[in-house]
Every structure is written in C-alpha cells, then in structure tokens.
Design a protein around this ligand. Structure first.
Ligand code: ATP
Ligand code: CA
Ligand code: CA
Length: 428
C-alpha cells in the first residue's frame, strides 16, 4: 500500500506543535528507556518528568528548533504497560513515532476538538486531549494499569504515553499516544462508532453513499440490518471481554465511550485504496537515515559511534530541508504480526468473522472501545438534565455511568449474530 500525501511545511498551523510533541517524545521516552527496568512503586503513578528545550540546548536536552517545555507523565508506568502488557518493542515504538514522516489524516473528527495524528507506519495515534481528560487519566491510572495487567486481551484503548507540551506563550497541549485499531495493510470498507444509544446516532445515509470514510453510527447499523458475524466461540470470548471492560468503565465512572468497528471485506481487498490522497504528511525534521539499530542505540542513550552520530545528526538537521511537495509513504502489504499476542487482533491484525460452525468468513473486524476518558462530570449531569426533559431519558447518550455501561453492553451482545439481533432496539 503506497500512500501519497501533501507534505506539511513549517507554515502549517500545527507544524510547531507536532515538531515539539515528537521531539519531546523522542527525548523523554528514550531517557526513561535508558534506565534499568525496575518494579513500579506508588510514586511512579504520580511522577512527572520535565524537560526544557531551547534553541541553544544544554547538557540534558539537545537543542531544538523552538523553545518549549515537555512533561512526561508517569513514564515508568507507561513503560511497563508498553513493554510488559502491550508487547511493544521499545526501539520500534520510538522509531515509529519519530522517524521521517508522521501522517496526519484525521483533522478533528470528533466534536471535542481533539486532533489526531498517525505515526508514519500507521500503528500509533497521537490524540490531543482536554485538560480534564488528562487529569482524569492520571486519576484512574492505577485502576487502568491493574485492569490491563489482569486483562491481556482487553478491548479498551491502549494508552502508551501521556504527555504535555507547553509553548512559550503558556499554551498547554495535552496528548496521549494510543493504538490505531485499524491496520496499515488493509482498507477498512465500513466504519461504525457504536454507543448503544439511538438518539441522534445517525450519519446521513445520503452522504454515506459518496463517502467511503464516513463513520457510521448506531442507527445506521440497525437500519442496515447489520450483525457482527461471529461464531459461538469468538462470540463468547468477545462478550466476556466486553463485559469485563464495561465493568471497569462503570467502576471509574466514565461514559460516552464507543465500540469502534472497522470492517474489511476480503473480496474487495485493497483495490479501492480508500486512504489514498487523503493524507497530509508531516516531516518532523529528523534525519532520514535513522535505522532501527540507531533508534535502539539512541533509546538506550548509547555511547556507540552510531548513537552519538545520530544524536549529532538530530541536533544539526537542517530545517530548510523541509518544504512542500509530495510525501510518499509505503505501508506494509502483509500483516507484520505485531498483534498476534492478542486474541482479538490476531487475524491480520483484527478478528476474522466466523459462521456458526466457527469456520472463517470473508470479513475481518477491527474493533475496540475508544474515547474512554470522559468522566460523568458536572457538565454531563447538566446535559443529562436538559436532554432528559425532551427525550426518552434512557435512550439519550449522557446517562449516568452504570446505566451507560449496561446499555452499552446489552447493545453489543444484541448485535452479535445469535445474540438476539439489533431488532430488539429497533422496536423500542
Ligand atoms: P467526541 O468526544 O466528539 O466523540 P473525540 O475527539 O473524543 O470526539 P473519538 O471519539 O476518540 O474523538 O474519536 C473520533 C473518531 O476517530 C472515531 O469515531 C474513529 O473514527 C477515530 N478513532 C478514534 N480512536 C481511534 C483508534 N484508536 N483507532 C482508529 N480510529 C480511531
Ligand atoms: Ca467519541
Ligand atoms: Ca471524546
């Protein structure tokens, strides 16, 4: 799969921000990674590591193109999550996030105003988050960590890092790094974002007909008569994992999350190339020649000639090299196998549909629970109150977390073939 996109230059509104985020990650993450791994302590959950970057540079931080501050939150906790539970290779992680290109595909897809950036290999997503979401993630980090530890096959968003960039004028941008549910090597032909609520949950079908990238919602799913085609075996496993995940979400009092489902139809393959020409490509000014070995050496803060040379190259890289033009990204044609450890991501990075005899069908689902950082706060309570006056209180989206989790879970059970069907919801 070759993706072509426009190269984002320094005049792009978010260029500086992207540059700072990636530089911060590169330095912050490799600093933590350079130390000998140790068991977590309570303090690790509240730890923050600060870095100050400026144009001149100093002993601790190399010079950067812009002045900014970077904060790495609970770095040891996220390191353990990445390495022990999400099975990420440290060098790979760093390389994916900081090598030549970062794709920026989703501008601001949600109402929330968050920005989404893809790593160049399409494996990771950087999502800017609101300060309240940031504080919330920190406040539940222990529960989240525990849940991930006990649920290696969780469907919840995998958070790999929590960071903040502070610009000289004082603007603070918080962001997380998480897994991209969708695979680099397969087109996703249909996308659904399901909450188990029907009020206002419809993407206009007329628009959907001409937009293969539309994110469809609950009512589209129901009206199209869709089912998650999973045989008894996968159905049972998925139901149980969803039950446990929804249980955690209930416990930490969140709501508004969704089950994101991408469907790849194997008979259509990749010929539509849905993603072509939709990208913006950002080059964060990191030397082209960064090899996996160099990244590994750098990650370890190594003193090998290679690592030293690379650090120097990073310092000296010339911003003027950047410009406008075409950026080309070659994504892997094959499943790279990095998700094989995970039950629901092991068939071509996803979950292959099966029939009642558990035999494979020609469809792959890419699914997970996303947007899990909205606590049932005062704001939501207010929204609940006002909306509750006009619509059926149980069908609207902002209900209290226990009710949200119940409704979410029963909808998901119902949409699995054999689970009773979405019909039940249509009738309500
Ligand atoms: P809102 O709060 O208005 O729903 P948001 O900015 O919090 O929006 P999300 O709900 O997290 O955004 O995501 C918006 C869309 O971005 C999703 O519907 C999905 O299409 C895409 N998306 C989000 N997270 C992922 C992910 N981990 N993998 C693939 N796509 C994702
Ligand atoms: Ca959402
Ligand atoms: Ca949100």
């Amino acid at each position: 799969v070759v993706l072509v996109g426009n190269l984002i230059g320094e005049d792009h509104v978010n260029y500086v921000l992207m540059y700072n985020m990636l530089t911060g990650i590169r330095i912050g993450v490799s600093r933590c990674q350079a130390k000998v791994k140790r068991a977590l302590t309570d303090e690790d959950f509240t730890a923050r590591h600060k870095f100050s970057f400026d144009i001149v540079g100093n002993e601790l931080t190399p010079s950067a193109k812009y002045d900014f501050k970077f904060k790495d939150y609970a770095p040891w906790v996220f390191r353990e999550l990445r390495e022990d539970y999400f099975h990420l290779d440290p060098a790979d992680y760093l390389l994916s996030l900081t090598s030549k290109y970062i794709l920026s595909e989703l501008g601001s897809p949600g109402k929330s105003g968050s920005f989404f950036y893809f790593s160049r290999d399409y494996r990771f997503i950087i999502k800017t988050i609101h300060h309240s979401e940031h504080k919330f993630l920190l406040s539940i980090l222990k529960d989240y960590h525990q849940h991930i530890k006990n649920n290696p096959h969780t469907l919840l968003s995998r958070f790999y890092g929590l960071h903040r960039v502070k610009l000289p004028r004082g603007n603070k941008i918080h962001f997380v790094i998480m897994n991209n549910l969708f695979p680099p090597h397969r087109d996703v032909h249909e996308t659904f974002d399901l909450k188990g609520s029907t009020v206002g949950r419809e993407y206009p079908e007329a628009k959907a007909a001409t937009n293969p990238r539309a994110v469809l919602k609950d009512l589209n799913w129901i009206n199209r008569g869709k089912m998650l085609e999973l045989g008894p075996e996968k159905r049972a496993l998925l139901t149980e994992q969803l039950r446990r995940d929804a249980e955690l979400l209930r416990k930490i009092h969140v709501m508004d999350y969704s089950l994101l489902i991408g469907i790849h139809k194997m008979e259509r393959g990749n010929r539509d190339n849905v993603r072509r020409n939709t990208l913006k490509v950002f080059s964060p000014d990191i030397p082209n020649g960064m090899t996996r070995r160099a990244a590994a050496a750098n990650a370890k803060g190594g003193t090998s000639p290679e690592a030293i040379a690379m650090r120097r190259a990073m310092r000296e890289s010339d911003p003027k090299r950047l410009g406008h033009g075409k950026g080309t990204i070659r994504l892997p044609e094959e499943d790279t196998g990095d998700r094989r450890d995970f039950l629901f991501y092991q068939d071509e990075g996803g979950l292959r549909a099966t029939d009642e005899a558990n035999d494979p069908l020609d469809k792959i689902y890419y699914l997970g629970v996303i947007d899990i950082l909205t606590p049932y706060s005062g704001l939501k309570k207010l929204e609940h109150f006002w909306k509750g006056l006009s619509a059926d209180r149980h069908k609207i989206s902002p209900v209290e977390p226990g009710e949200y989790a119940d409704r979410f879970f029963s909808f998901m059970k119902a949409i699995m073939r054999g689970g009773g069907g979405g019909e039940r919801f249509k009738a309500e």
